[in-house]
Design a protein around this ligand. Structure first.
Ligand code: CO8
Length: 259
């Protein structure tokens, strides 16, 4: 499918989505949001896609935030709609039952960091910079930055970063647990594909159960322990479970189908 502001391609079992407004540092406008939603829905529905990679085009930015030029003239009700819509689309990513990895190739600021945090895994290049600079624009984060940053790095440091709007570099993001790995810009793509390659060798049924169970831990309305019981039991109905256990007994590698 052809998009105006993103690129979407399939590489083996991985759908790679690239934010593609490099001149605007991949700022997230309403077209990016709607195309990201469409690409995510396509990837979710495609049974040949087992994992999703989200990155930015160019060498400078993953995404430098929501498009300030677009929302600067908005009124309160437009702002509410923009924020709710952005949160809904980022939740589509965090709730996705296929693993989603953000390959952060530069600035991840404001909405850009919120997008990266909605993904299940994050790999940063050494030149990446992270921050929630909204406070300096006289606005709060609107795409769940206050929630996910606190969840990922803890209240103490999240509060400081949100209140100062200061940027941090990749090594500090790693120490804070915001990213899984930091690699050179040249290695970002290969490291991301390597990690997703390991993951896509596993059973998609089990991957989905694990992601649902982890989300259950953070979902205030559900009991994550019970979610884990349900997901565990669900696996016993799957061909993947029969294949995985048979392969172990027969001393061979499993050939999972996701069924
Ligand atoms: N929105 C729109 N355009 C942008 C954005 C952005 N967030 N970031 C960069 N650009 C554009 C610049 O305007 C410039 O365009 P042009 O050449 O046409 O003037 C181009 O990208 C290149 O940017 P710079 O020349 O500024 O590049 P520098 O290397 O000098 O600086 C920075 C890079 C530091 C990343 C700088 O561009 C910057 O500070 N950008 C803004 C970062 C920011 O504040 N992000 C947060 C935005 S707010 C948000 O994400 C959430 C809002 C809450 C949700 C809304 C609900 C209503």
């Amino acid at each position: 499918m052809n998009y105006e502001t993103i690129l979407s391609e399939q590489i083996d079992k991985i759908c790679k989505i690239t934010l593609n407004r490099p001149k605007q540092l991949n700022a997230l406008n309403t077209t990016v949001f709607s195309e990201l939603e469409a690409a995510m829905n396509d990837a979710k529905a495609n049974e040949n896609v087992w994992a999703i990679l989200i990155t930015g085009s160019g060498e400078k930015a993953f995404a430098a935030g929501a498009d300030i030029k677009e929302f600067s003239e908005f009124n309160q009700s437009q702002a509410k709609e923009l924020s709710a819509n952005g949160q809904r689309i980022f939740k589509l990513i965090s709730d996705c039952t296929k693993p989603v990895l953000a390959a952060i190739n530069g600035f991840a600021l404001g909405g850009g960091l919120e997008l990266a945090m909605a993904c299940h895994l994050r790999i940063a290049s050494e030149n990446a910079r992270f921050g929630q600079p909204e406070v300096g624009l006289g606005v709060t984060p609107g795409y769940a930055g206050t929630q996910r940053l606190t969840e990922l790095i803890g209240r103490t440091k999240a509060t400081e970063l949100l209140l100062t709007g200061e940027m941090i570099k990749a090594p500090e993001a790693f120490i804070l647990g915001l990213v899984n790995y930091v690699v050179s810009p040249a290695e970002l793509d290969s490291k991301s594909m390597e990690l997703l390659g390991k993951i896509t060798k596993q059973s998609p049924v089990a991957l989905a159960g694990i992601l649902n169970s982890i989300n259950g831990y953070f979902d205030k309305k559900s009991d994550g322990y019970q979610t884990e019981v349900n997901e565990f039991a669900k696996c016993f109905n799957s061909e993947d479970f029969k294949e995985g256990t048979s392969a172990f007994i027969e001393r061979r590698k499993p050939n999972f189908t996701g069924k």
